[in-house]
Design a protein around this ligand. Structure first.
Ligand code: HEM
Ligand SMILES: *[C@@H]1O[C@H](CO)[C@@H](O)[C@H](O)[C@H]1NC(C)=O
Ligand SMILES: *[C@@H]1O[C@H](CO)[C@@H](O)[C@H](O)[C@H]1NC(C)=O
Ligand SMILES: *[C@@H]1O[C@H](CO)[C@@H](O)[C@H](O)[C@H]1NC(C)=O
Length: 337
């Protein structure tokens, strides 16, 4: 008698536990995992790495920046779901054809990795995971070791709209309030904003994206530049960009002069000297919390450690995981039909 009521109790407890687990599964998104493809496609990470490193070896000054920015633009619009890779169709202008797409690149590298992975493990590895891996592998090239771990298991979205890129990718003229709100809308805090902006330690900006800071900043018909921009640097930029800087989308300048190719904390050194290229870079100094972090970030070694955490957090923004969400695209440029 006592024994059978104990059994009933155990049954009830097990049933309750199962209910709790099911409930938890329903309200918490499944998480990304390290080595998600260990069983389903063991070569996945190695294939992406080999392709990315081979391409970066011939284009080390340009490609890491392109692939890192591609990851950012993917994650900030509908989460990291490879929506940035989808081509426009007759009925739809996709994210990549919105104004903030300026000079996005690296698409062909993703296509190559995807083609190889479809041949070895068809329908298994998402384009979104390839973007996340490619950014890590490309930036890590100059270090000869992985700078951060990439968690995997993202699925690919089926929607890509130019209007959403416009609404979600921050403008280079954004002030701190706008940047903070934009990052907060992605679950990223002020520290993430400061650290992830450090990505501007590599790559270039085109004249039209910062021209507004170079002349006529106050509306006077003079060469008045943005007072937060170092005057000597402003005149160098004016010389490089020419008189019609605001329509010059052909000339690009390094965002971290003095250390343009190194992925390091030098961006923050320039920032403190008034040599941040965009108003959005300079804006980081206008917030007391952010400015304090920037001073600390110029300490050796600290940036890479923090970037590791922030970029992993960015890689989790709005991800689609688990059954029923998204798909594994066969061709990264088009949703499956
Ligand atoms: C905080 C807000 C941000 C703004 C307003 C911003 C804006 C921009 C702009 C206007 C460019 C230049 C585009 C061009 O003229 O070709 C650029 C380049 C770049 N951005 Fe950002 N960005 C931001 C955050 C980020 C983040 C979070 C990352 C990555 C973690 C990132 C990575 C890059 C890279 C690597 C480049 C260089 C691309 C190249 O050389 O092709 N940016 N960004
Ligand atoms: C960006 O959009 C413009 C149209 O606004 C388009 O001409 C250009 O090809 C796009 N760039 C990329 C890399 O897709
Ligand atoms: C920041 O920019 C937004 C949008 O342009 C504007 O509404 C706001 O007043 C600005 N905030 C500050 C503190 O300048
Ligand atoms: C500066 O702005 C004023 C007012 O918008 C305009 O009349 C003038 O032509 C501009 N000057 C330059 C050098 O762009």
């Amino acid at each position: 008698m006592a024994r059978s009521s104990n059994m009933m109790l155990v049954f009830h407890l097990v049933a309750l536990l199962l209910l709790l687990l099911a409930g938890a599964g329903g309200c918490h998104r499944a998480l990304l995992k390290a080595h998600f493809y260990r069983h389903s496609c063991p070569v996945a990470e190695a294939v992406v790495r080999d392709i990315v490193l081979a391409r970066v070896a011939v284009d080390p000054a340009v490609l890491p920046a392109k692939l890192l920015r591609l990851f950012f633009h993917d994650c900030f619009v509908r989460g990291c779901d490879a929506s940035v890779l989808i081509d426009s169709t007759p009925g739809n202008t996709a994210e990549k054809d919105a104004a903030p797409n300026r000079s996005l690149g690296g698409f062909d590298v993703i296509d190559t990795a995807k083609a190889v992975l479809e041949a070895v493990c068809p329908g298994t590895v998402s384009c979104a995971d390839i973007v996340a891996l490619a950014a890590r592998d490309a930036v890590s090239f100059q270090f000869g070791r992985d700078l951060w771990d990439v968690q995997l298991g993202r699925r690919d979205g089926v929607v890509s709209r130019a209007s959403e890129a416009l609404a979600n990718i921050p403008s280079p003229s954004a002030n701190f309030t706008t940047l903070e709100a934009n990052f907060a809308s992605k679950g990223l805090d002020v520290k993430d904003l400061v650290i992830l902006s450090g990505a501007h330690t590599i790559g270039v900006g085109h004249c039209n994206t910062f021209a507004a800071r170079l002349s006529n900043f106050t509306g006077a018909a003079t060469a008045t530049s943005d007072p937060t921009l170092n005057a000597a640097y402003a005149s160098q930029l004016r010389a490089l960009c020419g008189p019609s800087a605001s329509s010059n989308s052909a000339t690009a300048v390094p965002m971290d002069p003095g250390s343009a190719a190194r992925f390091d904390a030098h961006y923050y050194v320039n920032l403190k000297l008034g040599r941040g290229l965009f108003a959005s870079d300079a804006a980081l100094l206008t917030d007391r919390r952010a400015a304090g972090m920037i001073h600390q970030l110029t300490r050796k070694g600290y940036f890479l450690e923090e970037f590791k955490n922030a970029v992993r957090k960015m890689g989790r923004v709005g991800v689609l995981t688990g059954g029923g969400h998204g798909e594994i695209r066969r061709n990264c440029r088009a949703v499956n039909i």
